[in-house]
Design a protein around this ligand. Sequence first.
Ligand SMILES: [Cu+2]
Length: 167
Amino acid sequence: MTRPSTPRRVLLATLALCGGAAFAAGSHHGPHGEHAAADSAIGQPGVAARASRSVRIDMNDRMRFSPERLAVRQGETVRLVVRNTGQVPHELSLGTLQDLLAHRDQMARQPGMAHAEPNQITLAPGQQGEIVWHFSRAGTVHFACLIPGHYEAGMRGEIQIRSSGQH
Ligand SMILES: [Cu+2]
């Protein structure tokens, strides 16, 4: 896989905040820090103390997540420990495929913007961070790096949420 053609200086300009992520629209903060997110199609931000397990996801300059496929159970809260092992910034955004593609297009129009959303993390080279997520619905949650050129180069993955079937 070739490296992206996006100039590195653009990738490093990550100070501007994302102003219009669809995810945040209509969400509100619950009494204990959990969000009742409007976009429940992918679940909700989780509480770390309730996480059943941690899963590490590495991001690298070959424009891949490792692993790029995960399986969780419906109702599970998972701590996604994300690490950038590359030499340029990367990010991990959770979303429906539709939302991710819309956000990718938005970022393409505004190179260098970063986000501050609970379903997203941007990491400088060598940094590690985490997303705690509650997967409340069965189905597929997609994830991607939406820095211009990265998704197109293959930086995307899927989380399969298996139906719990019983309580
Ligand atoms: Cu990336």
